[in-house]
Design a protein around this ligand. Structure first.
Ligand SMILES: CC(C)(COP(=O)(O)OP(=O)(O)OC[C@H]1O[C@@H](n2cnc3c(N)ncnc32)[C@H](O)[C@@H]1OP(=O)(O)O)[C@@H](O)C(=O)NCCC(=O)NCCS
Length: 190
């Protein structure tokens, strides 16, 4: 296979063009081990993506080969009153959990179809998504069983800040939270 995918960065309009394909890639990837999966997650994901696309801070990047979607990443800026820092198994430092508008980007979903893995495409999706941002840091949640995914993020410079859970009604009930410093904080925050 020749690894010559096209990577495109955008927002709502780009995601709209391939909405169904994004949902199909999501379901194909996350319905397989090592990920925990429940049937309602397909609908939940598509509805969540629809809501995120309405957020003016939504960011999206895709990889395609010969017109077929092979991978994607998307996220958005977190509002200052988001609940990501709740429900950790261990307390977190105040300087980590302090938020202000524009501080944090959340990488919500990233997936690449299996035949295309190990070719540098997933790393490129993450880099290109973050390169288009102006928040100072990014966070994401990853399932504890996704050991290879966690190693991938560590390799890209992310680090784990802790584990959330147990989260009632959430599959799986525990999630690991990773953080990446995109840019130094503005001087008035130092
Ligand atoms: C995670 C995923 C997107 C990675 O994509 P990929 O294209 O296989 O990764 P890349 O080839 O771009 O790897 C980028 C770098 O990470 C390194 N890397 C990849 N997997 C690694 C691992 N398990 N351990 C250590 N390093 C790893 C690569 O060697 C590469 O290093 P380099 O840039 O120094 O050469 C892909 O495996 C995937 O879709 N997995 C299933 C879905 C998933 O886990 N999504 C994230 C949920 S939070």
């Amino acid at each position: 296979m020749v690894a010559d995918p096209t990577v495109r960065t955008g927002a709502r309009a780009l995601a709209e063009q391939c909405f169904t394909a994004v949902c199909d890639v999501h379901d194909a990837v996350f319905a397989q081990p090592p990920f925990a999966w429940a049937p309602q997650m397909a609908t939940e994901n598509s509805e969540y993506l629809r809501r995120l696309m309405d957020d003016p801070t939504f960011g999206f990047v895709l990889a395609e080969h010969r017109g077929h979607l092979i991978g994607y990443a998307f996220g958005h800026r977190l509002p200052a009153d988001h609940g990501w820092w709740n429900d950790f198994t261990e307390p977190l430092p105040d300087d980590l959990t302090a938020e202000w508008d524009g501080r944090t980007f959340a990488l919500i979903s990233l997936a690449l179809l299996p035949p295309w893995r190990g070719l540098g495409i997933g790393g490129r999706l993450v880099r290109e998504l973050l390169a288009a941002r102006n928040e100072e840091r990014a966070i994401l949640s990853v399932q504890p069983t996704a050991v290879a995914t966690q190693a991938f993020y560590r390799h890209l410079g992310w680090h784990k800040v802790g584990r959330k859970g147990p989260l009632e009604g959430v599959v799986p009930p525990y999630w690991d939270i990773f953080i990446f410093t995109v840019a130094p904080p503005p001087s008035h925050r130092q």
